[in-house]
Design a protein around this ligand. Sequence first.
Ligand SMILES: *[C@@H]1O[C@H](CO)[C@@H](O)[C@H](O)[C@H]1NC(C)=O
Ligand SMILES: *[C@@H]1O[C@H](CO)[C@@H](O)[C@H](O)[C@H]1NC(C)=O
Ligand SMILES: *[C@@H]1O[C@H](CO)[C@@H](O)[C@H](O)[C@H]1NC(C)=O
Ligand SMILES: *[C@@H]1O[C@H](CO)[C@@H](O)[C@H](O)[C@H]1NC(C)=O
Ligand SMILES: *[C@@H]1O[C@H](CO)[C@@H](O)[C@H](O)[C@H]1NC(C)=O
Ligand SMILES: *[C@@H]1O[C@H](CO)[C@@H](O)[C@H](O)[C@H]1NC(C)=O
Ligand SMILES: *[C@@H]1O[C@H](CO)[C@@H](O)[C@H](O)[C@H]1NC(C)=O
Ligand SMILES: *[C@@H]1O[C@H](CO)[C@@H](O)[C@H](O)[C@H]1NC(C)=O
Ligand SMILES: *[C@@H]1O[C@H](CO)[C@@H](O)[C@H](O)[C@H]1NC(C)=O
Ligand SMILES: *[C@@H]1O[C@H](CO)[C@@H](O)[C@H](O)[C@H]1NC(C)=O
Ligand SMILES: *[C@@H]1O[C@H](CO)[C@@H](O)[C@H](O)[C@H]1NC(C)=O
Ligand SMILES: *[C@@H]1O[C@H](CO)[C@@H](O)[C@H](O)[C@H]1NC(C)=O
Length: 745
Amino acid sequence: MAHAFLLFLLFSCIISTNIHACKQTERSSLLSFASTLSSPPLNWTSRDCCRWKGITCNQDGWVTHLILPSKGLKGGISPSSLENLTHLTHLNLSHNSLYASLETQFFLSLNRLEVLDLSYNHLFGKLPISLPSSNIRIVDLSSNHFIGAIPSSFFQQASNLTSFNVSNNSFTGYVPSSICLQHSSPFLRLLDFSSNLFNGDLAPGLGKCSELQAFRAGRNNLSGLFPEDIYNATKLEEIALPLNSLHGAISDKIVNLTNLAILDLSFNHFGRMLPLNLGKLSKLKFVTFDFNNLEGALPPSLMNCTTLVELHLGNNNLEGDISKLDFSRLSQLTKLDLWHNNFTGTVPVSLYSCRSLKAIRLAGNHLEGQIEAEILSLKSLSFLALSYNQFTNLTGAMKLLMSCKSLHTLILTSSFVGEGMPCYDDMVDFDGFQNLRVLSLGYCDLTGQIPVWLSKLKNLEMLQLGFNQITGPIPSWLGTLPRLFRIGLSNNQISGEFPKQLCRLPRLLYEPIASQVDKYEFELPVFGRTSVSPIRAYPSQKFSFFPAMIDLSNNNISGYIPAEIGQLRLLRELVLDANNFSGVIPDQISNLKNLEVLDLCTNHLSGIIPSSLTSLNFLREFNVSYNNLEGPIPTGTQLQSFNASAFEGNPKLCGAPLPNKCGPNKDMEVDKKNNKDVENGLHQHPWFYIFTALGFIVGFWGVCGSLVINKTWRYAYFRFIDNLQDRLYVMITVRISTMKGRLRG
Ligand SMILES: *[C@@H]1O[C@H](CO)[C@@H](O)[C@H](O)[C@H]1NC(C)=O
Ligand SMILES: *[C@@H]1O[C@H](CO)[C@@H](O)[C@H](O)[C@H]1NC(C)=O
Ligand SMILES: *[C@@H]1O[C@H](CO)[C@@H](O)[C@H](O)[C@H]1NC(C)=O
Ligand SMILES: *[C@@H]1O[C@H](CO)[C@@H](O)[C@H](O)[C@H]1NC(C)=O
Ligand SMILES: *[C@@H]1O[C@H](CO)[C@@H](O)[C@H](O)[C@H]1NC(C)=O
Ligand SMILES: *[C@@H]1O[C@H](CO)[C@@H](O)[C@H](O)[C@H]1NC(C)=O
Ligand SMILES: *[C@@H]1O[C@H](CO)[C@@H](O)[C@H](O)[C@H]1NC(C)=O
Ligand SMILES: *[C@@H]1O[C@H](CO)[C@@H](O)[C@H](O)[C@H]1NC(C)=O
Ligand SMILES: *[C@@H]1O[C@H](CO)[C@@H](O)[C@H](O)[C@H]1NC(C)=O
Ligand SMILES: *[C@@H]1O[C@H](CO)[C@@H](O)[C@H](O)[C@H]1NC(C)=O
Ligand SMILES: *[C@@H]1O[C@H](CO)[C@@H](O)[C@H](O)[C@H]1NC(C)=O
Ligand SMILES: *[C@@H]1O[C@H](CO)[C@@H](O)[C@H](O)[C@H]1NC(C)=O
């Protein structure tokens, strides 16, 4: 019995080695594949290739699986190297650095292939005329460098295709609706064409993909109408077409798509009203229509979508009294973004019962009334932007909001106009706004001084108080706020001097240690611009996107620019124009190696332009016009690349780019000495109250800007946050300039 068992063991052992013994031809095919890789070695040395890493064979010793994702493989795949692996069903070489063109043989003999994943490589060239096998189910060629059109014959045999992903390549031509044509792919579930150069209309055909669950073609150049027959694809759960040029109305027929959970049509030209019965889509979770031309009121039925998690309708022409809408059933709503529309009424009280809300942006509408105490029931509220409306009772609103424990971002720019700066009597006990990182009260015409309670906001990173009627000095405690890096105090009546303490702002002295870098992001993307260059406006959720800045322009600040300013090594924008600064431009400004913007114009600065300024390599904007500067403009540097207008209004200044040439200059030495004397004088001054105004203008755009971005959505288009492309940039700036017109007007 025991013998029999042993014998059986031995036998099965032999059989099993036989089962897996690899065929010699397969072995040499694999070795020929490995030989074309430049690194790293695959360690394919043992005799039996079926035991090699990444290889699986079938019972007859044919290789069926070649699975080597994320192995750091580099090098070319020669077109013929896989041609003899005719039993291959699974090929997964994703996330490597492989070069190859699929144009020729690569596929042809692999007619048993079911799964092909070559995503995240450096594959190039056009696609072959057809997919290799009628067994093919999954094709992922995304994130490569393919070009050309997808041949209409490509899917001819692919009747079992379930998933096709070519996103993030450079394909051109039409989105191949032929993929759905009758009998070709009855099982198709996922189609991802996003982030390519596809253009033209979306031809009809998708409606025939009766099992289609996700259709993505965002970030292309698609135009024309939304194809009507898509409403026949009733299994659709996701439609994502952002960043195209589609137009027309969103049809009432959309109610046919009862499974729809994600609908992203942002950055297109869709117009007319939203479908009245949109609310019949009872599974909707993420709805994103930002940057279209939608009109009319919000369909009340939308308030029946109890599963709604995010609703983004920013930058359309929507209107109507939103206080009439009943939000109370949207218990899962986390983000509501209605910025820049024509909505009227008050903040709907029912909104305060959406207990999951994290972000609310109602900026840029015609809303009025007060913030109600019920807002305190929104325990997760982290982002609140109410700017550019006509709300009243700022002091009341702030008294409430200071108890919102989760509040990180509060943007009230130009929304409570002409009131007093809120201040609180019981300063000793003040413990409000404990987590506030961003505060904007800009463009509110507020009167009063910079309030002392701000000194208790130890988490404050960006402060915007520009465009008010603030008087009095810049308090020196501002320089002690441990996280502050962006200060906007421009266009007030601030007086006094630039406080030296401000030159010790901790966040601007040293780079934080990597482990302490805070990954916090805005819940909704915000448009930033610099004070100097309003055209530079991008949407971003990252704080790091906003450069460190001190903007004190257009105030009555006098005295010297302290030499200590040279300590703020991380400062990127220093904007001091239109004040009463006197004395010299301190040499130490040249220590601000990260400086991109330096605006000192319209002051009473004298002496020379320190030649050390030429070491500021990142300077993008520079203006010292209308001062009393003298002597030659330091030459041979980028200072010459600025327009003469950056220097004009200083009669004694000479040299390029100014038209007046410098004479043979014996005054130079004297001037240098002058600068020294004044500096020395500066150092002797024991106290200077220099009042700084930090200018940060998340204000305007920051406040209302929004583009919906959710980390959980993996739409290709969200990439632009990191990797802005010109097209989007142009698109946004064009939209913004029209928007600006309206908001200003
Ligand atoms: C091959 O072996 C070397 C050394 O053990 C190892 O560094 C390398 O990662 C292996 N290659 C693969 C593809 O596993
Ligand atoms: C594939 O097989 C053919 C015929 O046996 C042979 O000529 C060719 O060299 C093989 N190719 C590779 C890459 O092994
Ligand atoms: C390929 O391998 C990667 C890494 O294991 C995996 O995430 C991916 O889903 C695989 N592709 C397919 C189509 O199964
Ligand atoms: C499609 O897949 C099924 C199994 O899911 C298989 O029976 C059928 O043969 C495949 N069709 C083709 C044309 O390969
Ligand atoms: C397609 O591939 C990309 C990666 O290149 C991925 O982010 C995306 O989620 C995939 N699409 C679908 C529908 O799975
Ligand atoms: C797009 O493809 C490129 C090239 O393969 C890759 O480096 C990049 O990470 C991809 N982008 C995304 C967001 O997947
Ligand atoms: C987008 O398509 C239009 C025509 O519809 C064409 O004029 C334009 O050049 C295309 N843009 C790009 C970037 O391909
Ligand atoms: C939707 O499908 C039905 C049949 O199922 C067909 O009669 C109708 O024409 C299709 N609609 C469109 C717009 O293709
Ligand atoms: C809606 O779907 C049904 C099938 O569920 C189909 O018969 C009808 O034609 C569709 N309507 C439109 C407008 O596509
Ligand atoms: C919301 O749904 C209820 C029933 O579920 C229905 O009676 C009501 O008419 C719907 N409201 C709208 C505006 O569609
Ligand atoms: C808002 O409405 C006014 C007049 O009612 C109109 O002129 C304006 O274009 C609208 N703007 C937007 C963005 O809706
Ligand atoms: C302002 O708001 C506070 C807090 O909500 C409230 O107590 C006060 O009555 C309001 N003031 C006016 C004038 O409405």
